[in-house]
Design a protein. Structure first.
Length: 478
């Protein structure tokens, strides 16, 4: 890390400059031989003072780190400091659109991604984190958060402006919705509705946009639990200002009514069809003669064959993945062997032509079929995002009792989700995602503490494993 010249001129042999926030400090150090690890290790001997452009401000009382450690207090530092250094752009946007309480918003967002904390624990976690030194005197008690959430929830316009500051009109955007369970019977938008879990509970629906360009969540909107209507897309696109959105739906979305509305509004869409849909023509697929197919391409080192036709001005494409066909065939016969109900050889012969296929209805008639296939497969990205929201951030249910509070809650979680994806991209870039999740990384970094010794805060020793992780992601926590 490079420091300004006015800082570095104070660095002499046997000293080290450390940066905490936007301030610089000078320490006396030495190295000693570690017999167990058989290598030298750095030891901090004394705090020499604060470095300013006007010079070095020495401490009033000389502090030797090796002195008896009286009056010690410890706070979490590493995880929150990493988030602070990672999210400067987010904080700037929050400060612009929420000048009164941007510190509270970002602090709550950090604590959500670090601890998945409910609101009742926020004050305790804040006070035991170095965030309470970075953003002093925040009021995060139960009554304070109630007032904050009511005020923040009234500012949907500001929330949208914040989200727009990270969006470009021409981005490739994927839209989808998911359900969130809510236990409050007093919440008007909390309704009984369809969900993939087949639970007959009160819920809300959360419509989300995922930016393919930025590989990050970009926009959300809360809907009543009994509304999963295509019309919600129209209002959401108008509010967000997005122009190049592609609606990539799941197999339960298709209906003549929904397609008609999408066509009327001139939306771009990719809609998968259930395999028993009568619009699908399996004639060429049944023959198995690849010469009859329209063409093929490679996807993740697999040959994807396809048959395409135009129906009422829209394209219907059936893709065939033979590896998937083989797997589905094997799975089917395993179920037959295990006497699963509704799995018989006769039924297999009736449906085997559809194994390994994916049929798409789309109005992207001028797009290459490989492009359409990849766009549909990219839907996995938004499903992965929902998984992070519900499982990593533990936001699969909420107990908010009012719509303003609900808006605030999901805005806080939206920021946490953006942070999650920033970390996710760092792990991918450094090729360690298979060994370390964003949640794992923050857990390890939170082992780095700040220790108060005679009213001066110093950084604790960094565990070897954490130090190795920091090297892998080329990051310093100081």
């Amino acid at each position: 890390m490079e420091y300004p010249l006015w800082v570095m001129k104070h660095k002499q042999k046997g000293t080290e400059v450390r940066k905490f926030g936007d301030k610089y400090y000078l320490y006396k150090i030495t190295s000693v031989w570690d017999k167990e690890k058989k290598r030298a290790k750095k030891v901090t001997l004394a705090f020499l003072g604060k470095i300013t452009e006007k010079g070095l401000i020495k401490p009033r009382i000389k502090l030797n780190i090796s002195d008896e450690k009286s009056n010690i207090s410890t706070k979490e530092f590493g995880g929150t400091q990493f988030l602070i250094e990672l999210t400067g752009e987010i904080r700037s946007a929050l400060e612009k659109h929420f000048p009164e309480y941007w510190r509270e918003i970002i602090t709550l967002s950090y604590l959500r991604i670090l601890y998945q904390s409910p609101l009742k624990n926020m004050k305790f976690l804040y006070e035991n984190s170095f965030l309470s030194n970075k953003y002093e005197n925040l009021k995060l008690g139960s009554n304070d958060l109630t007032i904050l959430f009511r005020r923040l929830g009234e500012k949907r316009e500001n929330i949208v402006k914040f989200m727009k500051s990270f969006l470009s009109e021409d981005e490739n955007i994927l839209f989808d919705a998911t359900h969130i369970f809510n236990q409050s019977s007093n919440l008007g938008i909390n309704q009984l509705g369809y969900n993939s879990s087949n639970k007959d509970d009160l819920q809300i629906n959360l419509l989300y946009a995922f930016s393919e360009t930025e590989q990050a969540p970009s926009y959300y909107r809360i809907l009543p639990g009994n509304v999963k209507d295509v019309r919600a897309f129209k209002l959401s696109l108008e509010e967000s200002g997005l122009r190049n959105a592609i609606i990539v739906a799941d197999k339960g979305f298709y209906s003549e009514k929904n397609v008609s509305f999408l066509d009327e509004e001139k939306f771009k869409y990719i809609l998968p069809l259930r395999r028993n849909n009568k619009k699908i023509n399996y004639t060429k697929i049944r023959t198995g003669n690849k010469k009859e197919f329209t063409g093929n391409f490679l996807f993740e080192n697999r040959v994807i064959w396809y048959v395409s036709k135009i129906n009422n001005g829209k394209k219907i494409v059936t893709f065939l993945d033979e590896r998937l066909k083989t797997k589905e065939t094997e799975d089917y016969f395993i179920r037959i062997e295990n006497n699963h109900m509704n799995y018989t050889k006769d039924d297999f012969h009736e449906s085997e032509h559809s194994f390994g296929t994916l049929s798409i209805l789309t109005n992207l008639n001028n797009s290459a079929l490989e492009f359409i296939y990849k766009k549909y497969k990219s839907r996995l990205q938004i499903e992965t995002m929902f998984d992070a929201l519900k499982n990593t951030l533990e936001s699969d249910k909420t107990y908010m009792r009012g719509e303003r509070e609900l808006e605030s809650w999901f805005f806080i979680n939206h920021i946490s989700l953006i942070c999650y994806y920033k970390i996710y991209k760092i792990l991918i870039k450094n090729e360690i995602l298979k060994r370390l999740t964003p949640k794992d990384l923050l857990l390890y970094l939170s082992l780095i503490k700040k220790i108060r010794i005679n009213n001066t805060w110093v950084t604790s020793e960094i565990p070897t494993k954490v130090s190795n992780i920091l090297k892998k992601i080329d990051t310093h926590i100081t």
